[in-house]
Design a protein around this ligand. Sequence first.
Ligand SMILES: Cc1cc2nc3c(=O)[nH]c(=O)nc-3n(C[C@H](O)[C@H](O)[C@H](O)COP(=O)(O)O)c2cc1C
Length: 193
Amino acid sequence: MKRQLGQTDVFFPAPAALIVGGTIEEADVATIAWIGMLSSTPPIVGVSFDNRRYTLELIRRTREFTVNIPSADHYKETDFCGLISGRDTNKFIKAGLTPIAASRIKTPIIRECPFNLECKIVQEFQLGDYLLIMGEIVETHIDEDKVNFVNNRPQIDISKINPLVYCATVREYWSLGKKLGNAFQSGMDLLNQ
Ligand SMILES: Cc1cc2nc3c(=O)[nH]c(=O)nc-3n(C[C@H](O)[C@H](O)[C@H](O)COP(=O)(O)O)c2cc1C
């Protein structure tokens, strides 16, 4: 038996990303769960903002933003950045997060987040009361100690990143469980049955 919940925005799990807008001189950060990868070539990420967010205001001035993935142990700081607006408070200082220079754009990345994307807006789309901004990823950063080298090629170690996971309906933060298998391979077992 299934129970119908009606029209909801229930969706889980989601990242709880820290999106930064502005410049080193004036930056703001907001917690965003409505985010996803939209294209591979070129890589384009979509981020959905309520039009009232100050971070969005700063992003629209420079047409650039950064996506910063916090690790699970930063769940309190991440929640804090989603509770108040940066219009009146410097959330970086309050949360102990450090904006540092990116390499291809003027908007900073966050030092304490192990994984960061630099993005330039390619399109915007108003959806209901949210603005979907689509940004081409022009550079990717990862903490040196979260990368393993296999045959001299860097491989991201997800267990070391330990990304924060957000479950929208129940409004809970989780960490990842154990690895279950490899994508584009695990299903082969069924193919060969
Ligand atoms: C877990 C979580 C997820 C959120 N996801 C979004 C989102 O996807 N889009 C959005 O516009 N606001 C989202 N928010 C709310 C903003 O982060 C919040 O309004 C923030 O204070 C905006 O700050 P600003 O005005 O400094 O930009 C979320 C908040 C939390 C705690």
